[in-house]
Design a binder for this molecule. Structure first.
Ligand code: AMP
Ligand code: GLY
Length: 416
């Protein structure tokens, strides 16, 4: 199979790596990719939001699978353009991707499908926002209605800050605060049959102890030793199947990946958010654990063969990823600093580096080029061992001004 991955972050490096390990994948391309993907795939310069350009590249290389990594091309209709040309694509059509692209639309679908989620109101004016904040009380949860790369959400007990965020965003969703540990569940679906991957947990706040601003994600681990048995089955039955069926009922067949962000509250699992693509950095650990070759699975979400895919196989043990972020992330990150020590991680067993926001400098050095620079993965028989390896590898890397969280998977590894 010839495959093309769109995107250039840590998630895409993980996807390229997983496809490179699939014996059925003979030819691998990535656009735009990054210095990490260039070791495993042919990188192409491309505007991934341009459906025509993507389709032309896919046709030129004879792609039999185009994997869309990030949400922006999905919302821009790139999957639609590929499907129109008969090129198999992993990712939902534009209308279906609104499950991620509009929080208000996601709430409407959940309500129609009877899916458990936070009570919410869509607000367009400061007066409406103030009324909703009064109704739900603190802690306040205020979400920009559009795409904001995980950074459009403010959760705060500070009333003025909540009102200010609502004013700055314009149209917002204000909702009830959900209390409980968060779980990310990724589900492959062809619009009829759905297959869950391993539940994972990510760490959204910038600093240790869940302090600091929300980010795209500072680390992740899988599996979750503390997850209640039957969690995946319960979420498939109460959330995924009704949502996929509701989309089909609306004539918006949902194909690709449904990312279910959950809070495990005292009243049971509640949906925090849907995304229309693999989560970053949870993908880095979930795909590390997947033993079933991934190419045919991703392709089956488009061609409709997922029903016959059988149960997935998982490697025993655990994986932890720690994100190395650039100075000032999640604000405007400092870029262009040399990343060194990658060879020292390559010499380790049970740890490796996935590139996220990196670029080649003129001198062929790897330099920082984004907020999340690297996603360092450690694996092991136990979560504790995986964690040790991830942090040992992080310790071998040097990047001026960089920071990382030191508590990724710490509580879970300690059995808390
Ligand atoms: P979202 O982009 O909707 O996933 O929100 C980003 C993060 O904000 C989530 O991962 C949660 O940590 C937090 N969050 C969002 N909605 C809620 C909620 N209703 N209650 C508590 N925390 C929330
Ligand atoms: N890890 C959160 C996200 O991908 O949105």
């Amino acid at each position: 199979m010839k495959a093309l991955v769109l995107g250039g972050g840590g998630r895409e490096h993980a996807l390229v790596r997983a496809l490179s390990l699939d014996p059925g994948v003979t030819d691998l391309h990535c656009a735009p990719g990054n210095p990490g993907t260039s070791d495993l795939a042919d990188n192409h310069v491309l505007n991934v939001l341009d459906g025509l350009a993507v389709t032309q590249l896919a046709a030129r290389i004879g792609a039999e699978l185009v994997v869309v990594g990030p949400e922006a091309p999905l919302v821009a209709g790139v999957a639609d353009a590929l499907r129109e040309r008969g090129i198999p694509v992993f990712g939902p059509d534009k209308e279906a991707a609104r499950l991620e692209g509009s929080k208000a639309f996601a709430k409407e679908v959940m309500e129609a499908a009877g899916v458990p989620t936070a009570r919410a109101r869509v607000c367009r004016t400061p007066a409406q926002a103030a009324e909703a904040l009064d109704a739900f009380g603190p802690p306040y949860v205020v979400k920009d209605d559009g795409l904001a790369a995980g950074k459009g959400v403010v959760v705060t007990t500070d009333r003025a800050a909540a009102e200010e965020h609502a004013r700055a965003c314009g149209r917002v969703v204000i909702e009830e605060y959900l209390d409980g540990p968060e779980v990310s569940l990724f589900v492959l679906t062809d619009g009829v049959h759905s297959v869950p991957l391993l539940p994972a947990q990510d760490f959204k706040r910038a600093r240790d102890g869940d302090e600091g601003p929300n980010t795209g994600g500072m680390g992740a681990y899988a599996p979750l030793p503390w997850a209640p048995p039957g969690l995946t089955d319960e979420v498939m039955a109460s959330v995924v199947d009704p949502t996929i069926a509701e989309m089909a009922r609306r004539g918006r067949r949902y194909q690709g990946l449904l990312y279910v962000g959950l809070a495990l509250t005292e009243r049971g699992p509640r949906v925090v958010e849907f995304n229309a693509r693999f989560g970053d950095p949870e993908t880095q650990v979930v795909l590390d654990r997947l033993a079933t070759p991934i190419g045919a699975l991703l392709q089956a979400t488009d061609t409709g063969g997922l029903g016959g895919a059988g149960a997935l196989e998982w490697r025993p043990g655990a994986a932890v990823t720690v994100v190395v972020a650039a100075e000032n992330y999640p604000g405007d990150p400092v870029k262009g600093d040399v990343v060194s020590g990658l060879d020292r991680v390559a010499a380790m067993d049970g740890a490796y580096v996935l590139h996220a926001g990196t670029a080649w400098s003129g001198a062929r050095d790897v330099v920082s080029a984004g907020g999340r620079v690297l996603s360092v993965v450690g694996t092991g028989d136990t979560l504790e061992r995986a964690r040790e390896r991830a942090y040992e590898a992080v310790g071998r890397i040097e990047l001026r001004g960089a920071f990382h969280r030191t508590d990724i998977a710490a509580a879970a590894a300690a059995g808390a």
